[in-house]
Design a protein around this ligand. Structure first.
Ligand code: NAD
Length: 501
């Protein structure tokens, strides 16, 4: 598809692209040079209603399809998605500015989500609780209904896929409100599902702004669940609006992940780990290793090498395979990073690398910022506590295991951490004391459709991925069958005990 459309890309409702009721469009900008990637129709509350109408009709059809057949359709969608990936990668790189080699690696895995959840739909078993007596008691998991998905810009297709694969496999119909910064690829999935055999209206996408389309979707009594990935403040707003209708909420929110490096980690390994954890996606990931907690005995050697390697990261055109770091997604995001760099300096932290825009005319038109390292950081500094969502890492030394754990748990967030050590008992001991939904040992950023993903504390509610994600897109129906044909008449006037439970 040529994204330089003459005509704006429509909303995707009821299996086809449609104009929005607003008559307005959203201009999707390429963050590397501010050129227009595409114009997309801007939906609002009335378009959300239209999408909910289509989804409500489609739910009746899709929920009646046998789970094994839904699984087959998910597998077809995976195969079709695989074929379309090269185009989708190109568009994803243009709309968010992440380097091509990162997006190829990330999007290359998406078909696995449809295959995994298709297999779950086919194989999921219900339970037969031991009710006792002459009864058969069994549970059925039935889909929730129409569900709303609100997604951010940082991994537009990955995050959406994590939500739609379990929701669709479980038999729900979906209305998506994608990020206003990255609505193109979510819209393009529509035709893939159609071709795979998903009935029209099961997958609907209404691009628009949080305060209009997002608000309308979240507050609608017509949705059974709202599943949001975004900032913690957005999560609180969405959860409070949903509560008015007792709408279920799943929320994948902000983070401040630690890379925890013990004294036995080789310096090179610690540095490679930190670079990967902290700087992919220009640091714009919820599990970014934004804090390096490093044992004091290796601190100086790690910092020296980390600074050297950070200064060598190649910024450039994200479509160029040699580029290691692209721009930030928007002017607003870069301004936020610059504000935090100024805060860190004012708080007394030492700027050891970066801290500014790169030099050179090639970077002038885009939202580039150098990868940045702060040392001499105290845990109570704002740069150590608040989510920056950019290429900034704070280095904090520790002396003991207890201190490392206390530091790691010492923020309001609890999404992810990584532990680096060769000591297997220490690794597990520390992992069990961390207040985070995800802990990697000698790895970071690792994700799989089978592996539950979500946060403790202010990092969110509910889980993506794994059996639990499928189950959270269903509700339990309990069936109690009396196997006895013996006559029963509570009001028979014979003064006998009828029934004890
Ligand atoms: P954001 O909160 O600004 O926006 C997220 C989505 O919510 C967008 O689609 C936006 O339009 C919508 N929205 C905003 N206000 C709304 C409202 N009042 N009602 C309904 N919808 C509303 O976040 P962002 O800048 O797009 O993404 C970055 C944030 O996402 C970071 O905080 C990051 O940590 C978080 N994130 C979390 C995870 C995770 O898995 N936990 C993954 C990726 C990103």
């Amino acid at each position: 598809m040529n994204t330089m459309n003459v005509k704006p890309l429509g909303l995707y409702i009821d299996g086809r692209f449609q104009p929005a009721s607003t008559g307005r469009t959203i201009r999707v900008e390429n963050p590397k040079d501010r050129s227009v990637v595409a114009e997309v129709e801007e939906g609002d509350a009335s378009d959300i209603e239209k999408a909910l109408d289509a989804a409500t009709r489609a739910f009746a059809v899709w929920s009646a399809v046998q789970p094994a057949e839904r699984g087959n359709i998910m597998h077809r969608a995976a195969d079709l998605l695989e074929k379309r990936l090269p185009d989708l990668v190109t568009i994803e790189v243009d709309q968010i500015g992440r380097p091509r080699r990162e997006m190829e690696a990330q999007l290359g895995r998406l078909p696995e989500w449809f295959r995994y959840f298709g297999a779950v739909a086919r194989t999921h078993e219900d339970t037969v609780p031991p009710f006792g007596g002459a009864f058969l008691n069994y549970t059925r998991r039935v889909p929730l209904g129409v569900v709303g998905h609100i997604t951010p810009w940082n991994h537009p297709l990955l995050i959406l896929t994590k939500k739609i694969a379990p929701a669709m496999a479980a038999g729900n119909a979906i209305v998506v409100k994608p990020s206003e910064l990255a609505p193109i690829t979510p819209l393009l999935l529509g035709d893939i599902f159609k071709e795979a055999g998903v009935p029209d209206g099961v997958y609907n996408v209404v691009p628009g702004y949080g305060a209009t389309a997002g608000l309308a979707l979240t507050s609608s009594p017509r949705i059974a669940k709202i599943d949001l990935t975004g900032g913690t403040e957005t999560g609180k707003t969405v959860a409070s609006l949903a509560a008015r209708n007792l709408t279920r909420v799943a929320a994948e929110l902000g983070g401040k992940a630690n890379v925890i490096a013990f004294a036995d980690v080789p310096v090179d390994r610690c540095v490679a780990a930190t670079l990967f954890a902290s700087f992919i996606a220009s640091g714009q990931t919820c599990v970014q290793g934004s804090r390096l907690l490093v044992h004091r005995s290796i601190h100086d050697a790690v910092v020296a090498e980390l600074v050297r390697r950070t200064n060598a990261i190649r910024l450039g055109d994200p479509q160029d395979r040699m580029t290691q770091m692209g721009p930030l997604v928007s002017e607003k995001q870069r301004a936020l990073v610059e504000r935090y760099v100024a805060i860190g300096v004012a708080e007394g932290a030492t700027l050891a690398a970066g801290g500014r825009r790169p030099d050179g005319a090639a970077f002038d038109g885009g939202y580039y910022h150098l990868p940045t390292i702060f040392t001499d950081v105290r845990n109570d500094m704002r740069i150590a506590q608040e989510e920056i969502f950019g290429p900034v890492v704070c280095v904090i030394p520790f002396d003991t295991e207890e201190e490392a754990i206390a530091l790691a748990n010492g923020t309001e967030f609890g999404l992810a951490n990584s532990i680096w050590t060769r000591d297997i008992t220490r690794a597990h001991r520390v992992a069990h004391q961390l207040q985070s939904g995800i802990t990697w040992i000698n790895d970071h950023h690792r994700i799989d459709p089978c592996s539950p993903w979500g946060g403790f504390k202010m990092s969110g509610l509910g889980r993506e991925n794994g059996l639990v994600a499928y189950e959270e897109y269903t509700q339990i129906q309990n069936i109690i069958v009396n196997l006895s044909d013996a006559p029963f008449d509570w009001y028979a006037d014979d003064a006998t005990e009828k029934r004890y439970s």
